[in-house]
Ligand binder design. Structure first.
Ligand SMILES: Cc1ncc(COP(=O)(O)O)c(C=O)c1O
Length: 400
């Protein structure tokens, strides 16, 4: 058995061919925008990265410089950075075992800071307390942004689809996301108030921003093929190939390149994203079925009720378990061909090396503790039900 958490997790041979042959055409851009406009009831703008879409979304709000923007305090550094790049002040809110912040913690933050906008993340696809959050946002005039990097296709407890509640919806189509087009991001302006400002100041993004460099695009284009080869040949040189490609920086990574400026999303990425949208329901069903197996088969002492109760609503990007001796389990699984060491997030705002701000972990004590014990199991299309059962057996044996 060879199982990987990431490393081209969403690709099969058909996708590898599609990515190599994808050239796009303007029809693909229009098709993607149409899908997003309809699904999230607004106007979509596309970017090379989700983080750029988030910065752009925040800039379009025209908030005074250094206004406070609250966000889930268990996230990727790029979210924190996107807020900073928009000239605003990032205020993380501590989470609990639901992997989202509670309404109580949100209210506490409101007592301390004058929050102008809030980003909800629905970590790994598991829904936050949106009804209460929305009520508070409306009362206080806080702009609500739904970040769908983890949770596209998921539902809230009120059964409404995630991304159809807030003022703006932001998506990421990057490697290992539910809708994986190798790279890509979008903002859908749902509240017309912001749509007007957006259009007036930035009429046609394509005319204003450049494309990612040819080198960046070539690395992305080859990423599905290279990761497919690495995985298929893992025991007979694939491992070495992976090492070399990483060292020589030839393998596309989520953090690569000069992405400090806004970049367009070229057409060929859109054709891949459209393909993934065409298979979206099947993908979500598969992830849910795999998560159900983990939920049923794993020892309940490493599960959390606040997670497992929501599997049927979640997009199940990954399935989290909580183990005290995480390294031991990771190493054990590695000996059995299960590679799950890629933990988003091993620090409240991860990876830690990017975060220059001190003291953040003091404010995020729950997030810190959770980041030390969480281990995410794969639910992607390359995990069969049989493999999921085998993973459960291995884990149960190791923690016994
Ligand atoms: C919660 C969250 N939001 C937004 C993003 C931005 O996505 P992208 O990699 O497309 O910039 C990420 C990236 O991993 C993320 O984890």
């Amino acid at each position: 058995m060879r199982v990987f958490n990431s490393l081209g997790s969403n690709y099969d041979f058909k996708f590898v061919l599609k990515s190599l042959l994808a050239f796009g055409g303007n029809g693909e851009v229009l098709k993607l925008k149409k899908t997003l406009n309809k699904k999230y009831s607004g106007e979509a703008f596309l970017f090379y990265k989700g983080r750029q879409a988030l910065t752009y979304a925040l800039e379009s709000l025209n908030l005074p410089k250094d206004s406070s923007v609250a966000f889930t305090g268990f996230t990727c550094f790029v979210v924190f950075d996107a807020i900073k790049k928009a000239g605003l002040k990032p205020i993380p809110i501590d989470i609990d075992f639901s992997l989202n912040f509670t309404t109580t913690n949100f209210k506490k933050t409101l007592n301390e800071e004058d929050i102008k906008a809030l980003i909800v993340q629905n970590t790994l696809g598991y829904p936050c307390e949106i009804e209460e959050i929305l009520k508070i946002c409306k009362e206080k005039g806080i702009i609500l942004i739904e970040d769908l990097a983890h949770c596209a296709g998921g539902k809230y407890v009120n059964k409404k689809e995630i991304g159809t509640i807030g003022d703006l919806t932001v998506l990421s189509f990057s490697q290992d996301k539910i809708i994986d087009g190798i790279s890509g991001g979008a903002v859908v302006i749902r509240n017309k108030k912001y749509q007007l400002r957006f259009n007036r100041s930035q009429k046609n993004i394509k005319e204003i921003f450049g494309n990612p460099s040819i080198i960046l695009q070539s690395k992305d284009k080859l990423y599905p093929l290279l990761t497919f080869k690495i995985k298929a040949l893992y025991d007979i040189g694939g491992n070495l190939l992976h090492f070399i490609l990483k060292k020589t920086k030839l393998l596309s990574t989520p953090m690569q390149g000069n992405i400090n400026k806004f970049l367009n999303l070229p057409e060929w990425y859109c054709s891949l994203i459209n393909y993934q949208f065409d298979n979206f329901d099947k993908e979500l069903k598969h992830r849910r079925e795999i998560a159900e197996i983990y939920k049923e088969e794993l020892d309940s002492k490493i599960l959390n009720n606040e997670i497992i109760d929501f599997v049927s609503l979640s997009s199940n990007l990954r399935f989290p378990i909580f183990v005290e001796n995480r390294e031991k389990l990771i190493n054990y699984l590695k000996t059995k061909g299960v590679y799950v060491s890629d933990i988003w997030y091993d620090f409240p705002i991860a990876p830690k090396k990017y975060l220059a701000e001190e003291n953040i972990e003091n404010k995020l004590s729950n997030s810190k503790r959770i980041s030390e014990t969480i281990l995410n199991l794969p639910t992607h299309k390359n995990i069969s039900q049989k493999t999921a059962m085998e993973i459960c057996d291995l884990i149960n044996l190791c923690i016994k």
